[in-house]
Design a protein around this ligand. Structure first.
Ligand SMILES: NC(=O)C1=CN([C@@H]2O[C@H](COP(=O)(O)OP(=O)(O)OC[C@H]3O[C@@H](n4cnc5c(N)ncnc54)[C@H](O)[C@@H]3O)[C@@H](O)[C@H]2O)[C@@H](O)CC1
Ligand SMILES: Nc1ncnc2c1ncn2[C@@H]1O[C@H](COP(=O)(O)OP(=O)(O)O)[C@@H](O)[C@H]1O
Ligand SMILES: [K+]
Length: 512
């Protein structure tokens, strides 16, 4: 699914009205009707009081449409106009008249703190104060209203976007954003729904298709792509009938040090489970019996050193190399990395201590093979690009880094972000149960295993991140978040593959 900027959505809005020969009021009626239907389906006529707070722009107009449709259906609705300015939009005014024609009185006008209503916990709040047209940070009594609403225990449903949040620019004041329980967004999710600083205000969301012009949406280059099952299905490369183990490559995992051999075990196993034909683990001597016992399928080559890696030598050309998990920061290891990057043609996945060593020895950056995949978590990312002011600044810095060094960068976490030059891919799978030691090692094994099967670096990254997250989701479905361990993600890769073409189950990622 594509994620568009607010400018693109306004453009789509305009083109849609022209091409479909409808007025913007008709488009708003369509949008409001969808919100009404969503609520009506769930409420089934329940007499619960519904408080609708409408701004004076088109988001407020949507709120007025929803209010009118609910009232016509017999719901108990109280509509407020958050009268923060006299510049009411035409669509707002049109619907302001229409709701009055139904109720025979104007909605309640709010102009200060004195107008804040009482709202009980079991009631419902609809937030239609500001949408994607927010052009400055809410302040004064409007900010206080947002804070007042946030303190109510009632269920809060935001229309299009929680008020106070920009769709694709940084947060200015987190005290001035409505914290929604659920958001119903029009046509496409907004970028801020996925970024760590702003996503918590959105929690769950549904996308409502309001029929904006498909040709325009199809042609437009989006801000980002959201990767879910349909996209992952397209990326999958089926196995060949006459394929043999050589067809699926020979992956090499360079990992582990004394006390951290588990990192090598996890990444090696994951490379097998994702489908690499042959997998070799390169570990310090102390890792030999562990690897051979834990994964009999794997080949093992050891360093001459007992406890850490000091010189990486293998007698074959790997189809892909995953390096860094549990390596440690020994000087000899840094030298070994330098040689490895300089002398090897194979595609790389670079993780964990390989990244930390690069951050501490920036000369290594120049040696990074082109099209390598870097998989930092936010801590490791700071070492690479320095600190960032906000999520958008972070994205810009990573884009620059990716272009400069010609590498794919995967920023791990909730909604893992893959950056390749100017392109952004957001992952929809995964869950907080995966915040557990070793789940990143599993991801490195997955991407290395995909590279070894011939996926190109960007595809291996985006597909690998999705399927790793999906395995985590299926695992969490069986064992819950807390009990989940990295090894479980690897075991459930099998289910994630099978699930890829199982279209019967609803695995929409948004409601967790
Ligand atoms: N573009 C689309 O595709 C569609 C948009 N629709 C609705 O239209 C919304 C956008 O409407 P608008 O562009 O009218 O913008 P909004 O309704 O989001 O709000 C903008 C209005 O509030 C004022 N404002 C902005 N920030 C303020 C602040 N901090 N304090 C006080 N006033 C502030 C602006 O000056 C403007 O008058 C969408 O979010 C959506 O709800 C839908 O009706 C259907 C289609
Ligand atoms: N809250 C979360 N939601 C989704 N995925 C998560 C969450 N927390 C962690 N993950 C995933 O788990 C993995 C953690 O990687 P990392 O931090 O490198 O762990 P480790 O270093 O212990 O292996 C990443 O793939 C990340 O995207
Ligand atoms: K809103």
């Amino acid at each position: 699914m594509k994620i568009f900027s607010s400018e693109q959505l306004y453009e789509a809005d305009k083109i849609t009205t022209e091409k479909q020969q409808i007025t913007s009021e008709e488009l708003m009626e369509r949008a409001g009707t969808q919100i009404f239907q969503w609520l009506h389906q769930r409420l089934q006529g329940a007499p619960v009081p519904i408080h609708i707070f409408c701004g004076i722009g088109d988001n407020g107009g949507d709120g007025l449409v929803v209010g009118r449709l609910l009232i016509e259906q017999g719901y108990n609705v109280i509509v407020y106009v958050v009268n923060c300015s006299d510049k009411r939009s035409e669509n707002f005014l049109h619907n302001y008249d229409k709701i009055k024609n139904v109720t025979k009185k104007w909605p309640i006008l709010m102009t200060s703190e004195d107008d804040f209503p009482e709202i009980n916990p079991e009631e419902i709040i609809v937030d239609a104060i500001f949408g994607i047209g927010l052009n400055r940070c809410p302040d004064g009594w409007v900010k206080e209203l947002i804070q007042y609403i946030n303190k109510r225990k009632a269920f809060k449903l935001a229309i299009d976007i929680p008020s106070g949040l920009y769709s694709n620019s940084p947060l200015e004041d987190k005290e001035a954003v409505l914290s929604a329980n659920h958001t119903l967004t029009f046509q496409a999710p907004k970028l801020s729904f996925f970024l760590p600083e702003t996503a918590p205000f959105v929690s769950n969301f549904d996308v409502l298709d309001i029929g904006l012009d498909l040709e325009f949406l199809h042609k437009s280059e989006p801000l980002a792509h959201l990767i879910s099952k349909p996209e992952a299905q397209r990326f999958y490369q089926p196995r060949e009938k006459f394929g043999h183990k050589g067809t699926y490559g020979h992956a090499l995992l360079v990992a582990g040090s004394y006390g951290k051999i588990g990192a090598a075990v996890l990444s090696t196993k994951a490379a097998f489970r994702i489908g690499a034909g042959l997998v070799t683990a390169f570990v310090p001597k102390c890792g030999y019996p562990i690897l051979q016992t834990a994964i009999p399928e794997a080949m093992v080559i050891t360093d001459k050193n007992e406890e850490y890696i000091s010189s990486i030598e293998v007698d074959f050309e790997p189809s892909a190399i995953g390096v860094g998990m549990g390596l440690g920061k020994n000087k000899a290891t840094v030298e070994a990395l330098k040689k490895l990057f300089t002398n090897t043609e194979s595609p790389f996945v670079i993780d964990a201590d390989a990244l930390n060593n690069i951050s501490k020895n920036k000369e290594l950056l120049k040696l990074l093979p082109k099209n390598s995949v870097l998989t930092p978590h936010p801590g490791e990312l700071k070492g690479l690009i320095g600190i960032w002011k906000n999520d958008y600044d972070k994205i810009e810095k990573v884009k620059k880094f990716s272009s400069k060094h010609e590498v794919v960068v995967i920023i791990k976490g909730a909604y893992t972000l893959t950056v390749y030059g100017d392109k952004l891919y957001l992952n929809s799978s995964g869950n907080p149960g995966m915040a557990t030691a070793g789940s990143g090692d599993a991801l490195t094994g997955v991407i290395t295993g995909l590279l070894s099967q011939g996926y190109d670096p960007l595809l291996a990254s985006v597909f690998g991140v999705y399927i790793h997250g999906r395995a985590g989701d299926i695992a969490a479905g069986q064992m819950g978040y807390e009990a989940l361990m990295a090894g479980d993600i690897i075991e459930f890769l099998a289910d994630a593959y099978i699930d890829l073409f199982n279209n019967t189950k609803n695995d929409e990622p948004y409601e967790k």
